[in-house]
Write a protein that binds this ligand. Structure first.
Ligand SMILES: NC(=O)c1ccc[n+]([C@@H]2O[C@H](COP(=O)([O-])OP(=O)(O)OC[C@H]3O[C@@H](n4cnc5c(N)ncnc54)[C@H](OP(=O)(O)O)[C@@H]3O)[C@@H](O)[C@H]2O)c1
Length: 282
């Protein structure tokens, strides 16, 4: 079955729209600042999505553009200003950053309470990509066990879960979040030997690579739940780490691209923005 991420996202957005309308009645306008350096087409596309969803739910999204040849000092100055601006509740610096800055330095730039992407080690927020994967898993568990008395956590602990990829924006935060819920999380990467058998031994496969055909039809079973986080371009179109047409009839559930993880990810980012208001104003 194809999992429709747009349905999951629209439930989250409906809930946020209601919360934001309540906040606006108290003259609080949730505002996300997006710092975009350069004009990488994928980054531009992600930012457009954030602007669109912000508009749909009534949150303000302010885009701050920097040139790729801008200085690190200027980037730091701009983020520092946003950190202390009371009208800004969340800040994201779209990655990858064409301005040369170490990952550690970049992660520490945004104040933890405004770090809605969850990169700062003290950020109170679950990275949106990890929340998105969790929401998709919850959706599937509900579909499987609607009438049975089993909680998500109990169900999840029984699943053999494989995360393919250990990158900073997808595999790592997802694995870290899932590890808090279960001891059955395996991580695979470019050096993993016999990925096929590791996949076949898993109930849930979350692939976070960004290359074609990482997971192929003979690496899955009719019970597999397959989530495609990794993205790459093919003839101008976004694709995930598996061939959807090939995999569709071979697994129990899979996420498509477009309309899979992406929309849920953006909705979860705005969930964090609304949570950050509670942190700001308590
Ligand atoms: N859908 C969304 O909303 C969303 C959000 C965030 C990110 N993404 C996408 O997620 C992908 C990963 O991003 P990232 O920044 O976390 O990753 P990254 O830093 O590019 O890392 C890629 C990971 O994949 C592993 N890998 C490469 N080739 C492999 C292979 N043939 N088999 C198994 N593993 C392999 C690498 O292994 P090594 O560690 O051994 O090098 C590495 O851990 C990208 O395509 C990104 O665009 C999507």
């Amino acid at each position: 079955m194809k999992i429709d991420g747009r349905i999951i996202a629209s439930e989250i957005k409906a809930n946020l729209t209601q919360k934001i309308s309540g906040l606006r009645q108290k003259n609080i306008i949730p505002q996300l600042a997006v710092v975009l350096i350069g004009n990488d087409p994928s980054s531009e596309a992600y930012v457009r999505q954030k602007l669109k969803v912000g508009g749909e739910i009534g949150a303000k999204v302010t885009l701050i553009r920097l040139n790729p040849d801008d200085t690190k000092e200027n980037l730091i100055k701009i983020v520092k200003k946003l950190n202390t601006d009371k009208s800004i509740h969340g800040i994201i610096i779209q990655r990858p950053s064409p301005i040369e800055i170490s990952k550690v330095e970049l992660d520490l730039l945004v104040f933890p309470q405004k770090d809605v992407d969850g990169f700062h080690p003290d950020s109170p927020f679950t990275p949106p990509i990890a929340s998105a994967v969790l929401k998709i898993l919850m959706y599937v568990q509900k579909d499987l066990h609607n009438s049975l008395d089993i909680t998500f956590n109990d169900w999840f602990k029984k699943q053999e879960v494989l995360v393919i990829g250990r990158g900073e924006t997808a595999g790592k935060p997802i694995a870290e979040t899932l590890n808090k819920l279960s001891n059955n999380i395996t991580i695979a990467h470019s050096q993993t030997a016999d990925l096929k058998n590791v996949c076949l031994a898993s109930d849930i496969i979350i692939t976070c690579v960004g290359r074609p055909n990482v997971v192929q039809h003979d690496m899955v079973s009719p019970n597999t739940l397959l989530i495609g986080v990794g993205l790459h371009q093919e003839n101008g179109k976004l694709k995930t780490d598996y061939n959807q047409e090939e995999i569709a009839g071979k697994v129990a559930y899979y996420t498509p691209v477009p309309g899979g993880v992406g929309p849920v990810n953006v909705a979860c980012l705005f969930e964090n923005l609304i949570k950050s208001i509670r942190i700001d104003f308590k």
